[in-house]
Ligand binder design. Structure first.
Ligand SMILES: Nc1ncnc2c1ncn2[C@@H]1O[C@H](COP(=O)(O)OP(=O)(O)OP(=O)(O)O)[C@@H](O)[C@H]1O
Ligand SMILES: O=C(O)[C@H](O)CO
Length: 396
């Protein structure tokens, strides 16, 4: 960042690889001191984004940074979700779970928040530095038990957990705070919808809360394409009626609270022409192989494989999945796009889609396939509101 000489703005960098480190700790100490020095005449403006948990580590003594790092890594490696992970982080932190807001009291606090968590829960994003924690020690012990970590807890962690029941950051302490979500997956999708409409598509947002295993999510988009395609290019066959039943069943299994499936299918019928269905969120990949890839490239490749299984009728289809931060997993691409012909075209190039998928090697696949033409390269966008999934359909 370019700062003017003698600027009063101080920039701290830290938390490389999204893990709390000494640099982040130094920043957290400086932020705490700044907040503690404020008076009732001050306004503290807090800008919060995903990654904030690792950027603002202030373990409650005697817990050390290393102990917190180890516990966080262990929980993540054992499959704890972000809600569980951040419940533990909050219990062990001076600044998370409303701690920063409490330190700033009696100053007024306004938090402007970019959401990288499905459903935009302000208490979970970056572990809610300005949102009072409502979790109890029992919740923490339950999580630690569930992941088999309770027995191995360092003494310091046990001490802090034992203290925290009698000394919560307390909801009463956040009346001087305004938390506002200013960026989210739903907002990104709304803008993408406007852009698609400007390009002549009938665009409908299906959901901003896509979660679940990437295989199920890919199957969902495969079925959605067939069902929407049948509505777009009638007649609707008995097979597509069955597929529609399967689609509804799968949607129920995926628990997508905001899903607008009925509305989307009605819009497709009405449109009769080019349609763009938009959704977003964050599917999960259970890594089995040692390949190179990311959630979005894996989802696109799986959807491509689904679409190629049976002919789709007189329909042009394109599915795209991209990370809004411009980086999909540890790759330089943001995501990828596919068409139903993908598997057969890949086979002609000697590439076996199933083999790449079994190794979680989607990035290698897309780098080879058509010389990388299906990779989505946006460069880092500087923000992260999870992933966007776009399905384009057009009658031939
Ligand atoms: N080979 C792979 N194939 C598919 N997905 C992968 C692969 N390697 C890592 N991932 C996925 O990439 C993600 C890790 O990358 P990253 O560090 O960008 O994650 P993140 O911080 O959760 O993502 P984001 O910053 O986009 O929210 C995880 O979701 C992980 O499952
Ligand atoms: O920092 C965090 O806790 C995650 O990115 C979720 O917001």
């Amino acid at each position: 960042m370019l700062l003017k000489p003698h600027s009063r703005v101080q920039v701290f960098e830290g938390a490389e690889d999204n893990l709390p480190d000494r640099d982040a700790l130094r920043a957290a100490v400086a932020i705490r001191q700044l907040a503690e020095g404020l008076t009732a005449d001050d306004l503290l403006l807090v800008l919060i984004s995903g990654g904030g948990s690792a950027l603002l580590p202030a373990p409650i003594p005697p817990v050390t940074l290393e102990e917190k790092q180890t516990l966080t890594k262990l929980l993540a490696a054992r499959g704890a979700n972000i809600q569980e992970l951040n419940t533990i982080r909050k219990a062990l932190s001076q600044l998370k779970g409303g701690g920063l807001a409490q330190a700033a009291y009696p100053a007024q606090v306004v938090s402007l928040i970019l959401s990288d968590v499905v459903g935009d829960p302000v208490e979970v994003i970056a572990s809610g530095p300005t949102v009072a924690s409502v979790h109890s020690v029992q919740d923490c012990l339950h999580i630690l038990n569930h992941y088999g970590l309770r027995a191995a807890l360092p003494r310091s962690v046990k001490t802090v957990l034992a203290q925290s029941d009698s000394d919560p950051h307390g909801p009463h302490s956040c009346g001087h705070v305004l938390n506002v979500i200013i960026g989210s997956n739903a907002l990104a999708l709304a803008e993408a919808q406007r852009q698609a409409e400007a390009l002549g598509y009938r665009a409908v947002v299906l959901s901003a809360a896509i979660q679940g295993d990437v295989k199920s999510v890919a199957r969902f988009y495969g079925l959605l394409t067939r069902v929407a395609g049948a509505h777009l290019t009638p007649p609707v066959t008995r097979a597509s009626v069955e597929e529609e039943a399967q689609l509804w069943e799968l949607a129920a299994e995926l628990h997508l609270p905001d899903l607008q499936l009925k509305e989307a299918l009605e819009a497709v019928v009405e449109a009769g022409g080019p349609v763009c269905l938009l959704a977003g969120g964050e599917p999960t990949v259970q890594l089995q192989g040692s390949g190179k890839g990311g959630r979005n490239q894996e989802l696109a490749l799986r959807v491509g494989a689904e679409l190629g299984q049976r002919p789709l009728g007189p329909l042009e289809v394109l599915f795209l999945s991209g990370g809004t931060d411009g980086q999909d997993g540890p790759t330089e691409a943001a995501g990828a796009w596919v068409v139903p012909e993908l598997a057969s075209q890949a086979a002609a190039e000697g590439l076996d889609v199933a083999a790449f998928l079994s190794r979680n090697d989607s990035h290698t696949f897309f780098r080879c396939f058509r010389g990388g033409a299906h990779l989505l390269h946006t460069g880092l966008t500087g923000t992260n509101v999870m992933d966007a999934h776009l399905l384009f359909l057009r009658p031939r």
